[in-house]
Write a protein that binds this ligand. Structure first.
Ligand SMILES: Nc1ncnc2c1ncn2[C@@H]1O[C@H](COP(=O)(O)OP(=O)(O)OP(=O)(O)O)[C@@H](O)[C@H]1O
Length: 204
């Protein structure tokens, strides 16, 4: 994955000004930066959800402008998207599995994320920690080689954070490429020493 002078604005405000970096296949990178620094915006651009206004990028050989191909290769875990509120957890996972054309034992996935008792709950009824687990279950179903994860450790108790650490370590063992944001350097740096800090729309 490579970007060159990527920039993105909202109205007249340039949130990303000059993002040039490259990430090797199988590498893990963490993005740090203060609230509002543009970390989520960068993940959304890399996920093919938002278009850049300037600059270029390639994800697994696909131009970032080819958002459809990018979305086929990148899974984006956002804490406030990804689940249909009125569907149950199992229905949401079943939909995800169909979307990716994968056959997986959803009960095993539910167990893996500690939601075996919550499969019948509607997504809107989940606590924020349970919601995070359901989103991680979706990520486990996704065959995407690139995982873009917004604040994987947010809204979790200590046990939950350790659990996320394990899930991300498993993804690393599967040679997935991980780019994630975090406000928790002590945890994040257990996964990788490769880190960038966003400031003023560029890497500090
Ligand atoms: N859809 C949008 N429309 C307008 N402005 C936006 C939009 N999305 C983000 N912004 C603005 O872009 C800036 C960067 O937001 P972003 O969510 O990328 O920051 P962040 O680094 O992820 O912050 P945090 O650590 O608080 O999650 C903020 O000023 C935010 O208000």
């Amino acid at each position: 994955m490579q970007t060159l002078q990527l920039a993105r604005r909202f109205a007249r405000s340039w949130v990303l000004r000059d993002i040039s970096f490259s990430v090797e296949e199988g590498q893990t990178v963490v993005l740090f930066g203060e609230n509002g620094a543009g970390k989520t915006t960068l993940l959304r651009v890399l996920a093919g959800v938002l278009s850049p206004h300037r600059g270029e990028g390639r994800i697994f050989g696909y131009d970032l402008k080819d958002q459809r191909s990018v979305r086929d290769h990148a899974f984006f875990l956002s804490n406030d998207q990804g689940l249909y509120a009125d569907l149950t957890v199992l229905e949401n996972l079943s939909f995800t599995a169909q979307m990716y054309g994968v056959r997986s034992d959803l009960k095993t996935i539910l167990q893996r994320v500690g939601l075996e008792q919550a499969g019948h709950k509607r997504a809107r009824e989940l606590s924020s920690g349970m919601r995070k687990r359901a989103l991680l279950a979706r990520m486990l179903l996704a065959p995407s080689p690139l995982l873009l994860i917004d604040e994987p450790f947010a809204n979790l108790d200590e046990a939950g954070k350790q659990f996320v650490l394990e899930i991300l370590q498993e993804a690393q063992q599967q040679n997935k490429t991980l780019i994630f944001t975090s406000h928790e350097p002590a945890l994040a740096l257990q996964l990788t020493s490769v880190h960038y800090t966003l400031k003023g729309g560029a890497f500090a």
